[in-house]
Every structure is written in structure tokens, then in C-alpha cells.
Write a protein that binds this ligand. Sequence first.
Ligand SMILES: [Zn+2]
Length: 335
Amino acid sequence: MEDKKIIIDESDEFQCTVRNIIYLKSVGLHSGKDVSIVIKPAQANKGITFIRKDLSPAVIIKADSQNICSTNLRTSVGKNGVCISTVEHLMSALWGAGIDNASIEVYGEEIPALDGSAKIYYEAIFESGIKELNTKRKYLKILEPVIVSSNDNIKNCKENDYSIAIYPSDDFEISYSMNFNHPFVGSGLFESKIDASNFYTEISKARTFGFLKEVELLKKNGLALGGSLDNALVLNETGVLNKEGLRYKDEFIRHKVLDLIGDLYISGYRIKGKVIAKKTGHDMNAKLVKAINENKQEIKSNQRIHAYGKTFQLNNLANRTGAAFNTVNINVQPV
Ligand SMILES: [Zn+2]
């Protein structure tokens, strides 16, 4: 079997879904049209599924790396030419709220923008309640780094290249650096372990942002048609136009992290690994998700052995040491 850099492993946690049905409605950030969604509970191992209910027959689109259809200023998923745009903020909220399975009926071509962050989705999910299912949650464990870069020669990356990579870690960690040519946004680095305990307070409230001077061009291209001060931070040359100011001192970079979490969750899994991203947006995030998909391998239960009160992974060990299976008992490593 070909060596893979990522394994799909089982955690001690249980999968969750929403307890009650959630209704949300607002303008779509890019389409400018009113759109509504209905989030419903789903069974274990079903994942996050979108259903275009405004079409007849309805079109079912799973949140899956193979269904990413556009990454131009937002992430869209689609199937057979039918798209659902701007799924990333909702995907981020589902990740943060610990939802593994949900069926999301969409009445329109885009997810509602709400306030431009993940806050309202997250609060609605918590209001609905969270139901634990009787099946263990699976996650992606990174064994070897997976790297994608805007420069084909990864070893020769330059200052202006964009890159994103994921490295082994026991936690989900993000290190994001950016360098905007704007005095108010500027450059910065955000580095943190992110989990259910800090997602809501540290990440979920960060709003999307745009530059006033680009609005006309975006609208000409059919983007940001629903954008306003109600659902985005809007920047002029010197600061933000939003009267209430920023929710975090570094709201811009936190929103890039919020996007990244949502984009990565389209892999269909939570991740144990450290993501190091430099100036990336939806396009590079999607490339990493696709690279993750190509490098992952499910562990079959007969490839696990139990000893010394721990679970050991046979093919993982064989991959790393070249050890034949009959020698693993002298080299076993916990997974
Ligand atoms: Zn965003």
C-alpha cells in the first residue's frame, strides 16, 4: 500500500448534530438576494450536507473537497453545475459548535451573510441544543507535512509567495500571517491552539472585510452585491467606516482564521495538526483541502492492535520504519 501522510483515526469523543431545527435568513453577501436556510439534525457519519431546496428536483451537495466549485472571494460547493456560495462562515460555526452531521436546506444560491461573521450561526446552533450521537468522531491525524505554495518550487519560496502547510500536532493549531498593503490592516501574525473552548470568544465574531475602492469593481463582476456595513467591515484609506468600530483589535486576521477553519472543515473532518498559512485565501485553502484528501488513508480496525492499555497502529509504524508486521511488537509506537 502506498504510504500516506495523513490517517483517518477515531477519537474518544462522540459525533454530534443539532438538537432542533434552525431557521436563518438574510441577504447573501455576493448575490445580494434574500436567502434562507433550515439546519436539521442528521445521523452519524452523514457529515455536513447542503440541499438546494429551491430547485426541483432538489440538489444534494455534500461538504466535501471534491465538490468545491469556486474559491473566488468565497468558497462555493456544487454538483452538476448547481452551486451554493459562501459556505465558509457557516462551516466555521459548525466546526466551532462541534457539529459533525447536519442537513442544511438552502433556499437560494448562497448562504445568508447575517452579520458577516460566524457569531449568529454559532449562537443559533447553541440555542437549538446539541445532540450527542452514539458513534465515535473521526479525525485526520497528520503524520507527515503536506505543503502547498503559490511558488511551484516550495524550497525556494519568496517573500511575496502564498503558502499553506499542515504539520503533525496533537491539537488543532493555526499560525496565520498576513501583510496587507493598507495602513489600518497592515501585517500581523495570529497563532493559537483553537478548540471548542475558545472558538466563540476568540474567532467567531470576526467579520469579513472589504476595501471601499474595490467595491465598484467587485459589483461590476457580480460580487459583494449584498455587502453593507451591516455584514462587513468596510475600509477607506485610513480606517473602517463602521461606526461601532472593531470587535477585536486584530479583527481582520481573525476573520482570515475563521475562513480558514471553515474551508478546512470542507475536508469532512476535524484535524489534529498545525496549520501554518501565509497570506492565503479561499483558493489556497482549497488547494490544501484537496491535497489533504489525496494524502489521507482510513485505518481499518484490523490494522490496530491493543497492548499496554493503548492502541497501536500497524501500518503507520510500517510506513515510518519499514518494519515488517511481525516485528512491530519491539518497535510499537502509540498513535
Ligand atoms: Zn470570510
